[in-house]
Design a protein around this ligand. Structure first.
Ligand SMILES: Cc1ncc(COP(=O)(O)O)c(C=O)c1O
Length: 431
């Protein structure tokens, strides 16, 4: 087996990691040197509050003064993930023999098992892809659809979902019906009803997003998957914004397909992702790629033949899942949601800011969109980054434009206060 600890990353290892800290000296990035590591992880875990989260923060190489709240786009990999990536990359480059590569394929299967455990499903239902875009396109490429068939999509899906369906509709002659988003989020019942009414006897697929990347609307995934199932329709759930943020359990939600990226909320390596294919949908899918080096079990044997892969990246994905598990997935979800709630409460107190995201916990999670009505978005983004050392994303255009702020467990309440304070200041003085 390749030298790796993924899958057995225990609380003891995590404590040890904090204790040694010195492995970081391998890396020359100045941010690494700046982080001060506590001698041990607080024994009480997340229950110890900010002490614990400060210790967790030292496992990221972002300088302490830089507040990055852009998890919906790209998260930093943690120290254990970067170390795994580096270690395994060196391993392959030191010995690129077939014998050594063969050992690493076992490690890829370990990551598949970890993904299955993380998502509450079986390894036989997991395909390791490059990212959510690829996962979504494997689905829209792989299902048989013909003239007369219909796909129901959600208006606020990502282009890797909606553009893909629209283009394939042109090619194969099926039609696409859209359930439009409504702002503010009108509640689960509204969408359950809207999707139910959109389904016809011709509908074969229902594709929607668990948490939207636009304004952070949380969709009633379990109920919508049930609606699809009751109508004999396959459900495609885009999980780019929930994998690694919420305690997603696909065994409970029961979609037919679920997609996600390692480099977003899981804080994994870049260019790695997952596609879950429910066992009941296996015989409905055609592979999009035929090549060597498929996965070893279940649907990965046919759907994961992408040729040579970067095993180091896949191993690092496993390490990211182990890192989150060792912290506690419930604690991570509560932390991120808590920071978003603090942010929305702060924004609600400011004049001239229109928050597009509904604060109710069953309608949002940790992606917050806000329009600062009197401020130029581009200038504001630049000022926040240059002067205040706060990085958030911008959303241009007339459709719910503004700032998109997505805090994760490595952010702090003080950073949220800093952001709200900076926005209040710019609202007073201009940018
Ligand atoms: C909902 C959703 N789906 C798909 C994607 C595409 O993710 P990736 O670029 O990792 O493929 C994104 C990216 O932001 C997203 O938010």
């Amino acid at each position: 087996m390749a030298s790796r600890q993924t899958g057995s990353f225990s609380r003891r290892d995590f404590t040890h990691l904090f204790a040694v800290g010195g492995s970081a000296a391998l890396f020359a990035h100045p941010a690494w040197a700046q982080s001060t590591r506590p001698s041990r992880l607080p024994a009480g875990g997340p229950g110890t509050g900010e002490t614990f989260w400060k210790a967790v923060r030292t496992q990221f190489v972002m300088p302490p003064g830089l507040a990055v709240m852009n998890a919906a786009n790209l998260c930093p990999a943690s120290v254990p993930v970067i170390e795994a990536l580096t270690r395994e990359t060196k391993n392959v480059d030191q010995d690129p023999s077939q014998q050594n590569r063969a050992r690493l394929t076992g490690a890829r299967e370990d990551t598949r098992k970890q993904l299955a455990t993380f998502l509450g499903v079986t390894p036989e239902e997991i395909v390791i892809t490059r990212n959510t875009s690829e996962s979504n396109n494997l689905v829209s490429n792989g299902l048989d659809l013909k003239p007369g068939d219909e796909v129901v999509i959600f208006g606020d899906n990502h282009p890797s979902n909606n553009q893909a369906w629209a283009e394939k509709a042109k090619r194969f002659g099926f039609s696409v019906a859209v359930v439009e988003q409504k702002n503010p989020h009108p509640g689960a019942e509204y969408y359950i009803d809207a999707f139910t009414r959109a389904l016809t006897p011709r509908t074969k697929i229902m594709a929607f997003t668990h948490l939207t990347n636009t304004v952070g609307d949380l969709m009633p995934a379990k109920e919508l998957c049930r609606v699809a199932r009751d109508h004999g329709v396959l459900s495609v759930l885009d999980g780019a914004q929930t994998l690694g943020l919420l305690e997603v359990n696909l065994g409970d939600i029961q979609p037919d397909f679920y997609s996600g990226s390692a480099h977003k909320w899981p804080c994994g390596a870049r260019e790695c992702g997952v596609l879950y294919i429910n066992v009941r949908a296996h015989d409905r899918m055609w592979p999009s790629s035929y090549s060597a080096y498929p996965g070893a079990v279940g649907v990965s044997r046919t759907m994961e033949a992408f040729g040579q892969r970067d095993e180091a990246t896949m191993i690092a994905f496993g390490e990211a899942l182990a890192f989150q598990t060792s912290i506690g997935r419930g604690a991570i979800e509560r932390r991120s949601r808590g920071l978003a709630q603090q942010l929305m409460a702060g924004l609600a107190r400011l004049d001239g800011f229109k928050v597009w995201t509904h604060p109710a916990p069953d309608r949002s999670a940790a992606v917050v969109s806000v329009l600062p009505s009197t401020l130029d978005i581009r200038k504001l983004l630049a000022a926040l980054y240059e002067k205040d050392k706060i990085a958030v994303a911008g959303r241009n255009g007339a459709d719910r434009g503004g700032l998109r702020i997505s805090p994760h467990f490595y952010n702090t309440p003080a950073e949220i206060d800093r952001l709200v304070g900076a926005l209040a200041g710019y609202a007073r003085t201009g940018v």
